[in-house]
Design a protein around this ligand. Structure first.
Ligand code: AR6
Length: 185
């Protein structure tokens, strides 16, 4: 599938934040973020799409990380190359499974965004794209999840020069509108 450089022009801009609708595996940002699980061995949703499009190199690197440090705790993030993806890197983070909201889900989801952005900053990446972590199979209600995403990204960018740009990637119209509201607030 061809890469999609049009996020630079087609995305809606909110300062250093962008909102783009489409398939994250097509983006040629420096890094895309994967909504992984603790095994790091792949799964469904965006995780499956990233491994399918990126090829076996990403899984090999995930296995090597797993061999070194075991499974990845919820809220933490690790980085691999992008394999055959247009993006140079994939940052894998594990979102919380929604359990009613009283099992530290908001803090853990915020950790995902902060730790992923810290990895991007450590690697001096210019642009990083996020899907809605936990908002699919893991069942986190989208309005709350997207508010946390926007809040954490704004706070991080206010304190750091890198990454320069954060792209929020949405699949559906409903998420687009929810992000628009959160970004315009
Ligand atoms: N591009 C952009 N967004 C996407 C794409 C894509 N190609 N595919 C899905 N989404 P999910 P989670 C959106 O379920 O809830 C996996 O099995 C989707 O609409 O991928 O964090 C992992 O291995 C939703 O808004 O991730 C874990 O076991 C968002 O991405 C588990 O799912 C996240 O949906 C993680 O669940």
């Amino acid at each position: 599938m061809p890469s999609s450089p049009d996020w630079r022009t087609a995305a809606r801009s909110f300062g250093r934040l962008r909102l783009w609708q489409g398939d994250i595996t097509r983006l040629d940002t420096d890094a895309i973020v994967n909504a992984a699980n603790s095994s790091l061995l792949g799964g469904g949703g965006v995780d499956g799409a990233i491994h399918r499009a990126g090829g076996p190199q990403i899984l090999e690197e995930c296995r090597a990380i797993r061999a070194r440090q075991g499974s990845l705790p919820t809220g933490q993030a690790v980085i691999t190359s992008g394999g055959r993806l247009p993006a140079r890197y994939v940052i894998h983070t594990v979102g919380p499974v929604w359990n009613g909201g009283h099992k530290r889900e908001p803090q853990l989801l915020a950790d995902c965004y902060r730790n992923s952005l810290q990895l991007a900053a450590d690697h001096q990446l210019t642009s990083v794209a996020f899907p809605g972590i936990s908002t699919g199979i893991y069942g986190y209600p989208k309005p709350e999840a997207l508010r946390i995403a926007v809040h954490e990204a704004q706070a991080f960018l206010a304190a750091h020069a890198a990454p320069e740009t954060v792209v929020f990637v949405v699949f559906d119209e409903e998420s687009f509108r929810l992000y628009e509201q959160a970004l315009s607030a």
